[in-house]
Design a protein around this ligand. Structure first.
Ligand code: ATR
Length: 294
């Protein structure tokens, strides 16, 4: 018998609560990070049914998990079972990272920060003084809108299929961060002007995600203008139709892989207190892409 000493009685636990969790690359990412740093941590996937969410959170607290991630569909529901949610997570309306500190559970949202880090790295600029168009107003849009406003955007124009959702999102940002959000319908005649005047365009919807790779949230490629930075949170495929259309019009196109990567890195940094160097991050990102391609 070969002896496996990768998990011992001293190993501390991290995990992922969600449903489904089978597709997640988080276990591989976080366990590889612990291996790289020589930290005795094990990250496990935990598929949880809705009616068991509260009891599972209590159990993870009781068995002294270091922390855990939360994914679809519990990012909002989990908040009521957490002792202290950060102000930012409350504004973003969701928690994807939980850490136990001195017996209490703290809820964080790393989606917004993950987006901002990825965007800044790929685009070479942040949002200060920028005019932004955001397509979509769902769960993914909110942390991004809040973060962009916090980073100093001059204007955010939100267009969404369901107007009620974009109006609610606009209220959150306008009332709590900065009064810079305006709401549009896809039918609005002024929508094209909002696109034309914008520096940055972001798709936060799932439109164009595999297998629907021939779809784009923006049908008319005249909405793009040369020099704009266009970001898609969709990472599969790595170049969506939305991004290919934008590129064909001379825009700088950035896919959503970086956001996925950095929200995970941020979680790991919160749990462990580690701060990865630029060089480490480059190496880790290269390996991360190979996980996804498997
Ligand atoms: P959530 O993230 O809140 O769970 P979702 O159903 O995943 O919601 O949708 C995320 C975003 O993609 C929403 O802005 C959604 O638009 P609606 O608010 O109108 O539902 C948008 N979206 C999803 N499918 C779409 C489609 N086929 N066309 C346009 N927008 C779409």
């Amino acid at each position: 018998m070969n002896i496996d000493s990768s998990v011992t009685g001293k190993t501390r636990l991290l995990g992922l609560i969600g449903n489904p969790v089978e597709h997640s690359v988080s276990p591989q990412l976080h366990n590889s990070l612990s291996l790289l740093l020589g930290l005795d941590l094990l990250y496990v996937p935990l598929k949880v049914d809705k009616e068991n969410l509260e009891v599972v959170v209590k159990a993870l607290k009781a068995v002294d998990f270091v922390g855990f991630n939360v994914t679809i569909p519990y990012k909002r529901d989990i908040m009521k079972f957490i002792d202290d949610n950060t102000k930012e997570a409350i504004l973003m309306g969701s928690v994807n990272t939980v850490k136990k500190i001195e017996g209490r559970l703290y809820g964080y949202n790393t989606d917004g920060e993950g987006f901002l880090r990825a965007f800044k790295e790929a685009a070479g600029t942040g949002f200060k003084g920028k005019k932004v168009v955001m397509i979509g107003a769902g769960g993914a849009a909110r942390p991004i809108a809040v973060k962009i406003a916090m980073d100093g955007a001059e204007k955010i124009s939100i267009v969404n299929r369901t107007t009620q959702k974009s109006v609610e999102l606009a209220e959150v940002v306008n009332e709590n961060v900065a009064e810079i959000v305006q709401v549009y319908n896809f039918e609005d005649k002024t929508l094209k002007m909002a696109f034309e005047e914008s520096d940055i365009i972001i798709n936060t919807t799932s439109v164009g995600m595999s297998p629907d790779i021939d779809k784009s949230p923006i049908e008319n490629i005249d909405y793009f203008r040369s020099g704009q930075i266009v970001y898609d949170i969709v990472y599969n495929p790595s170049k969506t139709k939305f991004l290919a259309d934008a590129e064909s019009r001379g825009c700088k196109a950035i896919g959503g892989l970086g956001m996925l990567f950095y929200q995970g890195i941020n979680s790991y940094e919160i749990w462990t207190g580690v701060k990865f160097s630029e060089k480490d991050l480059k190496d880790i990102y290269k390996s991360f892409i190979t996980i996804l391609n498997k």
